[in-house]
Write a protein that binds this ligand. Structure first.
Ligand SMILES: Nc1nc2c(ncn2[C@@H]2O[C@H](COP(=O)(O)OP(=O)(O)OP(=O)(O)O)[C@@H](O)[C@H]2O)c(=O)[nH]1
Length: 349
């Protein structure tokens, strides 16, 4: 169950990430294309070429989202963005406005790479930006920024990175709690609130699942339909709370009597269904008798009372070409027989 939720969580998160990468690639492609076209009319040929290469890279990232692993497009988007930013800071872009673009790196990095990897990559990115800015002109000629500008650029980039990380962290927390809440609601929809056993809907689903699994392997499947005898009298004598206590304690007792792979479900008010995979009706009779006898000997302590109850059990084994409804109807008929023959007994198919 946990593995299933984790898988679902991962696939939903991946789908969301894929959508953001596609969108970012499209926007990135359009902006760099537009800037490349504008740059065509200027005199900076290298900038024009770089912008067109970036535009093509985003286009590739856009198409690779659907075709390849999402990490390929994430790598393309992130590192081509980094390279473009390094070039803009190095060259100064148009009228030394190139560094203004580096702020988009922070939110995109933490979202696409995740919080931890995003922050590691952002630290490396900032180190390289600092090297470019403070590179001595006599080594390599590059755009010259004043010290005040450089310092403010780094501080505002750090602030932006911190805010992006904070936002990503809260987003992830909200996402995880929403998933946990939905898991809890799903769990509630499958369980009987009083006994915490599988409810009727859940039991029906398990039966269908077991039916196809066992029939594929040619293995038997049996069910026990258990009904408390004269339960109305228990309620009348000890009140509804006393009745509830009996149902809860017997549920635990049933679970103790069966194997891990079996399923005990609350089928109706005082009716329980026990699903026994890989069990023939003969084997199910032995289990049913064991359960009947343990209930007969069991004492439920309620306030100052000691409550004793008995149960009747109908057994049915799934026949070839039989539906689950027919299987249950058959068990119900056997249960009816057990009741009419005097209760506190097991009636086989
Ligand atoms: N306390 C409690 N009682 C319940 C619950 N669900 C059903 N019941 C009671 O179970 C009783 C079932 O009564 P009947 O259907 O007449 O059956 P019975 O008295 O067990 O008699 P037989 O089945 O013929 O042996 C009713 O009094 C219901 O109110 C529950 O969740 N808690």
């Amino acid at each position: 169950m946990l593995a299933l939720i984790k898988k679902h969580r991962n696939s939903t998160a991946e789908q969301q990430q894929a959508r953001v990468i596609s969108l970012f690639s499209l926007v990135g492609m359009s902006i760099t294309l537009l800037m490349g076209i504008v740059s065509l009319f200027g005199d900076n040929t290298i900038l024009t070429i770089v912008l067109f290469i970036a535009s093509i890279t985003y286009l590739l990232a856009f198409f690779s989202v659907k075709r390849f692993d999402i990490s390929i497009s994430a790598t393309l988007v992130i590192y081509s963005l980094y390279l473009l930013m390094f070039y803009l800071v190095f060259s100064g872009g148009v009228s030394l406005t190139g560094p203004l673009w580096i702020f988009i790196v922070a939110p995109v990095s933490v979202y696409v790479l995740g919080l931890r990897h995003g922050l590691i990559n952002l630290s490396l990115f900032l180190c390289i930006i600092c090297i470019i800015i403070f590179l001595p002109q006599q080594w390599v000629e590059h755009a010259q920024y004043s010290n005040e500008f450089s310092l403010r650029l780094i501080i505002s980039f750090l602030t932006m990175s911190f805010l992006s990380a904070l936002y990503e962290y809260s987003r992830m927390q909200a996402y995880i709690s929403a998933l946990e809440l939905s898991r809890q609601y799903q769990e509630l929809a499958m369980r009987d609130p009083l006994t915490k056993l599988a409810n009727r809907r859940n039991a029906a689903a398990i039966l269908e699942q077991e039916k196809s699994r066992l029939q594929r392997n040619n293995e038997p499947l049996s069910v026990l339909l258990c009904d408390l005898d004269h339960f109305k009298l228990v309620n009348d004598k000890y009140g509804h709370n006393g009745g509830d206590m009996v149902l809860t304690e017997l549920s635990a007792l049933f679970k103790e009597q069966v194997r891990q792979q079996d399923c005990v479900a609350r089928w109706g008010g005082e009716e329980f269904l026990i699903i026994l995979p890989q069990t023939s009706s003969e084997q199910a009779s032995v289990i049913a008798e064991k359960i009947r006898s343990s209930v007969e000997q069991y004492t439920i302590n309620f306030v100052k009372h000691q409550i004793r109850v008995t149960i009747s059990i109908g057994i049915s084994q799934l026949a070839e070409d039989q539906t689950i409804d027919e299987l249950i109807n058959n068990a119900d008929k056997c249960l009816y027989q057990a009741k009419t023959l005097g209760r506190n007994r097991v009636h086989p198919t």
